[in-house]
Every structure is written in structure tokens, then in C-alpha cells.
Design a protein around this ligand. Structure first.
Ligand SMILES: [Fe+2]
Length: 373
């Protein structure tokens, strides 16, 4: 039997925060209350459930640390895993794009090969990894790429993305122009060609791609997510498809419609921390103030997940509620009944966090009772 005892901790429970002790035994949370044995003296630090991240592009950054550099994948996966563990994330859904554009300024096909590599090393990694396939409607190869996956890949989430310029995330063309030109260093002429090519692809394949991605998610038992909802009509379509998660709604109207349809609103941590969206969309803080924000995702900054939980705790004057957006609520939305809360019998996925001038400082991460960071 292995046992670890945390004493003098500030326990972040689902509905309240209170001082106490926590005992983990054989990988599970065994007891909450007052410790009878001595253990790790937390000195008042927070002990919270490990964070659950539903949508991160962080692995791509490790695979391609600079434009044109393809870093060895096994090393990139291990570094990504260690980074997330260090940020307090104990369960991650690694977002991989399916749906590529072979020609011109397109996106390269990579998801199947990388998924195989992740699944092969998964048992040896520090934290729990599942796959999140981001199905790009505005692409050439989505149907072929979906056909390369099956239930054995244990896909947790399929999101329906449509990044055609002039709508959703990129309905503000000025911001889109700055984003693409800045990211890819394109000339005006190449840029014009690029956007008309994307619009043509969307009108040719969009509807077919949407149907194929919805069918694949249902076939695999994956949770379906929408992405960048803007209008009530888009939310109605999502609801018809059985969508349960809405990633980054771009307007208050869409967020309200999602709430009414029983779809969880997910907002990006960088948007919350920066006080607004880089693409000119609704601010996460506005949704938080309106009580429409359910879940936070770190998107492209892993460390922002914990910072967001703390920040929302301040906004709502309720630290437990702030943490629930990155623990209990995503766990419930994904059907992960074995984690996401500090409760006896659940997996001992937890983090120790000090607070320094209101900022979180990670002091340790445990996964199934083992210290991993
Ligand atoms: Fe997007």
C-alpha cells in the first residue's frame, strides 16, 4: 500500500474551499478531513484537483518550434507532456487538425501519423492524454483523413471547425488579414488568392464535410464540439447535430443560445487573461460577468489555465467556482466520472498551488497518486 498525506492545506472542493488534510492511498483519494498522521505540510497552499484541458494546440508548438522546423516527434511529445504537468494539467485532449489543403498556402496533413505516435507513448507519459480531432470544414482531405481513424483511437472530442475567412472567428476581415499576413508573411496578391481559394473550398465541400465529421463522432462515441459560433442559427444547427461543447463562441448572442440549448460554453484562457480576443470577438470576461462561461481551455498558453481559474475565482468571489471551470465541469462534460473533484474514491490527480500576490505558483502535480512534476 502506498499512502501520501497532505496536511495544513487549503482544499479546493467542488462547492467550497476549506482548511484541512487529504490522504491519498493506492492512487485514489482516500480521505478528506483532519489528518491523524504527519505528512507533507502544505503551509496553507491550495490543494486542488488536477486541471482538465480540452483544447490545446501546444503540441504543435513543440513539433514546430520555429517555422519550417520539424522537431523529432517523440521528444516533442515528451516535452509537451512535461510542460502540461508543470502547469497543473493532469488530463489533456490533444487537439490535432484533420482536413488539409495540399495546394498553395495550405495546411499539411499530419494528424494520423502524430496520433499513432501519441498513442504509442501514452502509457509512459506523466499525465492522461486523449485525442481531440479538429475537423476543418474548409479543407480538401477531411473525408479521407477521418477514414484513417476508428474507435480504437479512443477519440474524446471531435470539433467542427470552419475557418473560412469572413465568418465566425474571422468575420472581421481586417483582423483576419493581419493574422494571416503576420503569421505567414504573404504578399497582397497571394493573400487575395488564398482567401478566394478558401471560399471556393468551403462552398464545394462544406456541407459534405460537416455531415461526415458529425457521423464519425457519433460512430466513435466522441463528444461533439462546435467552434467559433457566431449566430443563433449556427447554434441551432449544432444542437441538431448533438453538439455538447461550444468552443470559443464569438458573440454574446451565440453564448446565450448555447446556454439555452444546454451546450457548455468554453472560452480561451488567453482571451480571459488578456482581457479580450485577438481576433476581435467577445471577451471571455464579458461572458463570465453574464454567468455564461462554463469551461476554460488554455488554447495556446498552457500556464494560462490555472491563472484563469484563479482569476475567475476573484471575478466571482468564489474560488471553488473558478476552479470548477477547469476541473469538475470539463470532467462532467466529457463523462470522466473518475476525476475532476477532491472526493474519496476518485483518482488522486491533484495539484499544490501557492499564491504570490494573487498569482498562482505551482508547487507540485500528482497523477493517480504519483508525483509527476
Ligand atoms: Fe478558431
Amino acid at each position: 500500500m502506498t499512502e501520501t498525506v497532505f496536511t495544513n492545506a487549503t482544499l479546493v472542493l467542488q462547492d467550497e474551499v476549506r482548511q484541512g488534510a487529504l490522504v491519498i492511498r493506492d492512487g485514489l483519494i482516500a480521505d478528506l478531513g483532519t489528518a491523524t498522521r504527519s505528512g507533507i505540510d502544505c503551509g496553507g497552499d491550495l490543494i486542488a484537483p488536477g486541471l482538465i484541458e480540452l483544447h490545446t494546440d501546444n503540441l504543435e508548438r513543440h513539433i514546430q518550434p520555429r517555422p519550417g522546423v520539424d522537431w523529432p516527434h517523440a521528444a516533442a511529445i515528451a516535452a509537451h507532456d512535461a510542460e502540461l504537468a508543470g502547469c497543473g494539467i493532469t488530463t489533456v485532449f490533444d487537439a490535432l487538425r484533420v482536413g488539409s489543403i495540399a495546394s498553395g498556402e495550405g495546411y499539411k496533413r499530419y494528424a494520423r501519423a502524430l496520433a499513432t505516435e501519441i498513442l504509442a507513448v501514452r502509457p509512459h507519459l506523466r499525465i492522461s492524454h486523449r485525442l481531440h480531432l479538429r475537423a476543418e470544414m474548409c479543407s480538401e482531405t477531411l473525408i479521407d483523413e477521418l477514414a484513417e481513424f476508428g474507435p480504437e483511437d479512443d477519440i474524446g472530442i471531435v470539433s467542427l471547425m470552419d475557418h473560412t475567412p469572413g465568418q465566425r472567428q474571422f468575420r472581421d476581415m481586417e483582423k483576419f488579414t493581419a493574422f494571416v499576413k503576420g503569421k505567414r508573411g504573404m504578399s497582397d496578391e497571394a493573400f487575395q488568392q488564398h482567401i478566394s481559394g478558401l471560399a471556393a473550398l468551403q462552398s464545394r465541400f462544406g456541407a459534405m464535410h460537416q455531415a461526415a465529421a458529425v457521423a464519425a463522432a457519433h460512430r466513435w462515441g466522441a463528444v461533439l464540439a462546435s467552434h467559433d459560433d457566431t449566430t443563433r442559427q449556427q447554434v441551432e444547427t449544432s444542437a441538431r447535430h448533438g453538439v455538447q461543447l461550444a468552443e470559443f463562441p464569438t458573440t454574446l448572442e451565440a453564448a446565450k443560445a448555447n446556454r439555452a440549448a444546454g451546450i457548455h460554453n468554453i472560452m480561451g484562457a488567453p482571451n480571459l487573461i488578456r482581457g479580450g480576443s485577438h481576433s476581435g470577438n467577445v471577451a471571455a470576461q464579458e461572458l463570465a460577468a453574464a454567468g455564461l462561461l462554463d469551461i476554460i481551455s488554455s488554447d495556446y498558453v498552457p500556464a494560462a489555465l490555472l491563472a484563469s481559474a484563479m482569476m475567475l475565482g476573484g471575478v466571482w468571489d468564489d474560488l471553488a467556482r473558478g476552479f470548477a471551470t477547469v476541473t469538475a465541469t470539463p470532467a462532467k462534460a466529457l463523462g470522466l466520472t473518475d476525476r475532476g473533484r477532491l472526493a474519496p474514491g476518485l483518482r488522486a490527480d491533484l495539484i499544490r498551488v501557492a499564491r504570490l500576490n494573487g498569482q498562482p505558483l505551482m508547487r507540485g502535480t500528482w497523477v493517480a497518486g504519483l508525483r509527476v512534476a
